[in-house]
Write a protein that binds this ligand. Structure first.
Ligand code: SF4
Length: 224
């Protein structure tokens, strides 16, 4: 039986994106294939191993009145072989919400049947300080559109309009009604960053009908 490396499991509210405020069980998978976004707030140093039976028993006994599970990280898709074994065993009891950096399209394809909602990031080079992942994101989005999906970008003081334009271009290759979320980097929130994001929002609304500015709510209200 496959084993997963999991850093933590906890109950909280979803703090990002269109499901903000929803109660979820968070399963934080250890490890990330990017491991270096400048704004990363989830540096993980330890994990516990679970096989799928142990994990599904833990969830159903500890959280039997909770409806939604968030697979988060790190990058959950790094452990897709475990997810392939684990998700079928819990799918009928929970809504499965995947938070992902959207750079592992082949892994997504292998587990998409068990996912209900995909919260995918576009990693903007001027935000992350890394290279660009546009081709991966494009392929990922093509597959993700089989499910409910929205796209989020983190906006930092260094974020450049050219990257926002590229994100819009990529979204417009498919359809315009995908929700596009501009999330301020929580470490840098101040008036100038918010003005910058409002400018990006105004620009994006010229091309996409649903563009929202949503900060990380859990941090604003001081919960996990
Ligand atoms: S993809 Fe996510 S978990 Fe990985 S380094 Fe970037 S912000 Fe951190």
């Amino acid at each position: 039986m496959m084993k997963a490396r999991i850093s933590e499991i906890f109950l909280s509210i979803q703090g990002e994106g269109v499901y903000v405020g929803e109660e979820q069980i968070f399963i934080r998978f250890y490890g990330c294939n990017l491991n270096g976004c400048r704004f990363c707030d989830t540096q993980l140093y330890s994990f516990r191993e679970y096989n799928s039976l142990e994990l599904s028993e833990y969830l159903t006994t500890r959280f039997n009145d909770v409806y939604s599970i968030s697979l988060t990280g790190g990058e959950p898709l790094v452990q897709k072989d475990f997810l392939k074994e684990f998700l079928p065993s819990i799918k009928r009891n929970f809504k499965i919400y995947l938070e992902t950096n959207a750079t592992l399209p082949t892994a997504l394809e292998e587990i998409i049947d068990y996912i209900d909602v995909i919260a995918m990031d576009f990693k903007l080079p001027s935000s992350t300080g890394l290279g660009n992942f546009w081709l991966k994101h494009k392929e990922f989005l093509r597959i993700a559109l089989q499910r409910e999906v929205f796209v989020k970008v983190v906006i930092c003081k260094d974020t450049e309009l050219i990257d926002v334009k590229k994100a819009i271009e990529l979204l417009s290759d498919y359809k315009y009604n995908i929700t596009f979320i501009l999330q301020p980097n929580s470490f840098e929130i101040d008036r100038s960053l918010m003005v910058k994001i409002q400018d990006f929002q105004k620009y994006s609304l010229g091309f996409i009908s649903d563009v929202r500015l949503i900060p990380q709510m859990h941090k604003l209200v001081g919960i996990r």
